[in-house]
Design a protein around this ligand. Structure first.
Ligand SMILES: [Zn+2]
Length: 324
């Protein structure tokens, strides 16, 4: 089965490991070789901005965000330049199918935490010009767009900033995907109300199966689905079951999440957003070439071939076609 994965943190991990390219990285969860072996059509590669505390731990406290972004972008581009026979950038669905027809994997550039936009619409536009097609408005801290998910109800109910609201309008105009994974519930509802186009929760699970504030309530899943959006099942153990201390991710846990998405929002809202290279644990599917196990498990769990195809790539493809 072919598939589209809407989230991985492979660029950051490669950079931390001082790698030039992500073509062959057997120590990591994702590389181009294994994506191709696993049947991937398109992989979203996030430029994830580490929080100030993470930056400090990584010895990057002094590093400017734009400098950091350029370095990760450099790894993305070097990989494309060094392996044009295997992988090509995609900025639209037409690009994905052209690449697929040429036997190539598509790499889609995205961003996780838009804080470096810094309230400047020109900066947002410059990221579009750079090829970034989906932006996760926040990570786990407040920024110019709005507030993050949080156990603190004061933060969780906070909505988008005035700039964040204007940015939704501009992103719709530009053809840039809005990603609500990591956003506060208040921010989610502002996006759901303001966006004229479908939107993404690239890597978020269901809060009724997992109480983590990162996961989405049934009302949120329905609102996302009503707008024609998609949510990608996240393989991180902490987001799968009731016990957020859980350290295991089995195929059964993943199919239970997908089943709940389908039962709640319908079969057009569920998709895949592995979060590979951004988490760890005891993972039954711990690398891109093992993805066929998920589709086999879905079949076993009673998903129809049509549902499996939608979840694997049709739904993500549809939203990209609607938005980009
Ligand atoms: Zn994330």
């Amino acid at each position: 089965m072919n598939y589209i994965d809407m989230h991985c943190d492979t660029l950051m991990l490669a950079w931390m490991r001082k790698q030039e390219s992500i073509f062959s990285q057997p120590e990591m969860m994702v590389d181009v070789e294994r994506l191709i072996r696993g049947g991937c059509i398109a992989q979203f590669f996030a430029i994830f901005l580490p929080s100030p505390r993470m930056k400090e731990r990584m010895g990057l406290a002094q590093m400017d965000d734009d400098d950091y972004i350029n370095r990760l972008h450099g790894i993305f581009h070097r990989t494309l330049e060094m392996h044009p026979d295997a992988v090509r950038e995609a900025r639209s669905v037409a690009d994905i199918w052209r690449n697929f027809g040429d036997g190539k994997l598509s790499a889609v550039l995205t961003m996780e935490d838009g804080r470096s936009v810094n309230g400047d619409m020109k900066k947002l536009e410059s990221y579009y010009d750079m090829g970034i097609r989906v932006i996760g408005l926040t990570w786990n801290q407040e920024n110019c767009f709005g507030a993050p998910n949080s156990p603190d109800a004061n933060i969780m109910t906070k909505g988008l900033t005035e700039f964040g609201k204007d940015a939704i309008v501009r992103m719709n105009e530009l053809g840039m995907g809005i990603d609500v994974s990591h956003l506060s519930d208040g921010g989610f509802w502002d996006v759901a109300q303001l966006t004229k186009k479908p939107f993404f929760a690239t890597h978020s699970n269901c809060r009724s199966l997992n109480p983590h504030p990162r996961s989405m309530t049934d009302e949120m899943i329905r609102a996302l689905a009503d707008k024609g959006g998609v949510m990608g099942v996240n393989f991180c153990p902490a987001f799968l079951v009731r016990d957020i201390e859980n350290n295991r991710a089995t195929c059964e846990m993943l199919t239970a999440q997908l089943r709940h998405m389908v039962n709640t929002g319908g079969e057009d809202c569920a998709a895949i957003g592995t979060d590979f290279d951004g988490m760890n644990g005891e993972l039954e599917i711990g690398s891109a070439d093992r993805m066929p196990l998920l589709f086999a498990a879905m079949e076993k769990a009673g998903f129809t071939p049509r549902q499996i195809e939608k979840i694997a790539y049709r739904n993500a493809e549809r939203v990209m076609a609607d938005v980009l």
